[in-house]
Design a protein around this ligand. Structure first.
Ligand code: NCD
Ligand code: ZN
Length: 350
């Protein structure tokens, strides 16, 4: 049980079940920020070119480890990017060797660097069947890319057009519907019987689409899936604080330089790694649900993945508003840190 007093909260050390670390200078700047608070993270493979083989995942893992501070015990949990050419034997070997923890499905064109994603889901069915056999989970970016479908409806349509058929054809496959943004997705996961869970990001618990669009466009709140209307945000908070073991944290912290956010066609992604736990503690505190934070950040995720929760703990303390940098410098240029729009009172004790 978490130890809670009005201004102190000790929980098992959290894991992040959906994280973008990028590569090179950016990775060197951002990886230590997640490693400072989290024990493990599922690392997204959407580099350019994407991480598609076990060997590439192993090499990327080594580069991440080399970017961590000396003595860090942070463990990157690697993924391969599913394409229509993925070799099931290569995935199975990488899984058996402990190199990969999951496989990532991007519908082609759904988001940043997803051009190599899947167009024809029947083509990847043999891979999905193999994954089900060996207990290798599938992380899914759940949005259709059909230009006819309104961007605010793409997640709900994905459930009907893609997710339901996959789950019917490969019922034993463990699926994580990532960064859910709608009441529809929350209900679908809650009504499912087995082998389905969802991650929720920090920012989708805080912003709705007004934050992006009302009173001037705010590129730093633009991410994919795009934030929806307020009733959906409320449904996400309800799921996160419910204690339900099928909902857990995947921050989707996705750094882009300000230069790339401010283009006429700017990049999608919110960078929450530096203040994610302060944001989450504030959201749970305001909801009167601090006793459920540990389930969301530290227990439900490992349980779904079949891993043990972390043995060590972190302590959050409540005090005067926390200060965090508005931007972090990376070798590639400044990256703006997510601004929740309200003061944060909880900080992670050093
Ligand atoms: C992610 C990125 O920048 O890589 N962007 C985002 O808005 N979340 C890609 C993704 O996870 O969709
Ligand atoms: Zn992502």
């Amino acid at each position: 049980m978490p130890k809670i007093s009005p201004d102190r909260l000790t929980i098992r050390r959290p894991d992040d079940w959906h994280l973008h670390l990028r590569d090179g200078a950016m990775m060197h700047a951002v990886a230590p920020m997640t490693a400072a608070h989290f024990a493990r993270a599922i690392i997204m493979p959407n580099l350019v070119p994407p991480v598609v083989t076990g060997a590439q995942a192993g090499a990327y893992r080594d580069r991440i480890m080399a970017a961590l501070p000396d003595g860090s015990t942070f463990r990157p949990l690697m993924t391969c990017y599913l394409t229509e050419n993925t070799d099931p034997d290569d995935l199975a070997q990488a899984h058996a060797d402990g190199i990969i923890t999951a496989v990532k499905l991007y519908p082609a064109g759904a988001t940043t660097n997803s051009a190599s994603g899947v167009k024809d889901f029947d083509k990847v069915r043999p891979v999905l069947e193999r994954m089900a056999d060996i207990g290798l989970p599938l992380c899914v970016h759940g949005e259709v890319t059909d230009p006819e479908v309104d961007i605010f409806d793409r997640e709900a349509v994905f459930i009907d057009r893609v997710l339901k058929p996959i789950r019917k054809k490969v019922p034993d496959l463990k699926i994580i519907m990532e960064h859910v943004t709608t009441e529809n997705a929350v209900d679908y996961v809650r009504d499912s019987r087995a082998n389905l869970a969802a991650t929720i990001t920090t920012h989708h618990l805080i912003i709705n689409r007004n934050h992006i669009l009302a009173g001037g466009i705010k590129p730093h709140y633009y991410c994919l899936p795009v934030a929806k209307r307020e009733k959906h945000r409320i449904a996400l908070v309800a799921a996160a604080i419910s204690g339900d073991k099928r909902f857990f944290l995947g921050t989707d912290s996705a750094p882009h330089t300000d230069a790339n956010k401010f283009l006429p066609c700017g990049c999608a992604g919110c960078f929450t790694a530096p203040n994610t736990l302060s944001c989450l503690a504030e959201v749970f505190d305001v909801a009167g649900a601090l006793d459920k934070l540990e389930n969301f950040t530290s227990l439900a995720g490992p349980r779904f993945y079949g891993l043990a929760p972390n043995e060590d703990t972190i302590t959050l303390t409540r005090g005067a508003p926390v200060t965090y940098p508005a931007q972090v410098e990376t070798g590639d240029g400044p990256v703006t840190v997510f601004d929740p729009g309200f003061p944060l009172h909880w900080s992670v004790e050093a």
